[in-house]
Ligand binder design. Structure first.
Ligand code: A2H
Length: 256
C-alpha cells in the first residue's frame, strides 16, 4: 500500500440466481440476454481454487455497468467503474454506463459461479463490514483457507447468521486446503486466527498483523497442494494461475 501501483487480478463471477431484493431493483434494466458478473479484485489469484463466498459491503453503493451492450455487465463500485474506464477496460476510453444502482445489502444471498472454485454449484454473496469502498472494486472474493480477514468474517457469519439476516448454510461451507506452508500448515488463516486468539472480524489491528504474516509466509514459503500447479511454489504458480484465468476470459488486469 501507500506509494506505487497495486496490480490486481479482477475476477468475473457470473450471476446464476439473484437474491429477491436485487431482482426487483434490476427488473427491466438488464436484457434477458445479458450476463452480470460480480468482479472482485484480488492480489492472490493462485488461491482462487479455495473461494467459498464473495463479499460486499452492506452499506456501500454499487452500480451495474455495461461492458458489452446486451451481453455483459459488471457489478462494481462507482469508483472502480471510473478507474476501469481510464484503463481501457470498458469499450470506449473514459466512458462508463451505469444501468442499475444497488446497495450491498440488496445482493446478499445472490448465487454466483466462481471460476476455479471447488464449489462447482456456485458461491453466495455475503456481507463483510470491513470492505472498503475506496479500494479495488468494493467486491472481495473470500478464501478462508488463506485470508485471515475472510476466515474471521466467515466464522462470524456462521455464528451470527440470524443477526446478519442470512441462511446459516450459505455461510457454512467447507474450507479447502490449497497451500501448504512450513510454519502454519495447510490452513494458514485458520491457524493464525486461532493462534492469535482473534475472536471477531472487528479485531482490525490483529487481523492486519495476521494478514501480513499469512501473506509473507504464503508467498515465500508456500507450496500449492491443489489444482493445476500442485507441487509448484506459490511464487511460481501465482503468474501461471493468473494467466490461465485471463486466457479463459475469466479475469482481467486491473491496477490502482
Ligand atoms: B485478497 P491491498 Cl487468500 N476492502 O484476495 C477490503 N479488502 C479488500 C478490498 C476492499 N475493497 N478489495 C480487495 N480486498 C482484499 C484473496 C486474498 C487476499 C488472500 C489472502 C490475502 C489477501 C482472497 N480474499 O489480501 O490493501 C483482497 O483479498 C491481503 C493482502 O490492496 C485483496 O487480495 O493490499 C487484498 O485485500 C488487497 O489488499
Amino acid at each position: 500500500e501507500g506509494l506505487g501501483v497495486q496490480e490486481y487480478t479482477a475476477l468475473k463471477l457470473r450471476v446464476k440466481e439473484w437474491a429477491s431484493s436485487a431482482q426487483s431493483k434490476i427488473e427491466g434494466k438488464i436484457p434477458q440476454s445479458g450476463d452480470v458478473y460480480f468482479v472482485p479484485a484480488t492480489l492472490r489469484p493462485e488461491t482462487m481454487y479455495g473461494q467459498t463466498h464473495c463479499f460486499v459491503g452492506p452499506t456501500i453503493t454499487y452500480g451495474i455497468y455495461e461492458m458489452k451492450k446486451g451481453k455483459e455487465y459488471y457489478f462494481i463500485s462507482d469508483r472502480a467503474a471510473r478507474n476501469m474506464a481510464f484503463q481501457s477496460i470498458f469499450p470506449s476510453w473514459g466512458e462508463y454506463h451505469k444501468v442499475a444502482e444497488l446497495q450491498g445489502a440488496d445482493v446478499v444471498g445472490t448465487l454466483v459461479h466462481a471460476p476455479l472454485s471447488a464449489q462447482k454449484d456456485g458461491v453466495r454473496i455475503l456481507p463483510m463490514d470491513s470492505v472498503k469502498a475506496s479500494k479495488g472494486t468494493g467486491v472481495v472474493t473470500s478464501v478462508p483457507s488463506d485470508s485471515p480477514d475472510d476466515y474471521a468474517t466467515m466464522i462470524d457469519l456462521v455464528k451470527k447468521a440470524e443477526y446478519y439476516k442470512i441462511q446459516k448454510e450459505w455461510a457454512d461451507v467447507e474450507i479447502l486446503p490449497i497451500i501448504e506452508t512450513p510454519s502454519y500448515g495447510n490452513l494458514t488463516a485458520k491457524f493464525l486466527v486461532e493462534k492469535m486468539k482473534i475472536s471477531s472480524p472487528k479485531d482490525a489491528k490483529q487481523l492486519a498483523e495476521a494478514k501480513d504474516l499469512a501473506y509473507k509466509e504464503g508467498f515465500y514459503q508456500g507450496k500449492m497442494i491443489y489444482g493445476d500447479f500442485a507441487g509448484k511454489s506459490v511464487e511460481e504458480a501465482k503468474p501461471l494461475v493468473r494467466q490461465q484465468l485471463i486466457d479463459a476470459g475469466d479475469a482481467f488486469a486491473y491496477a490502482e
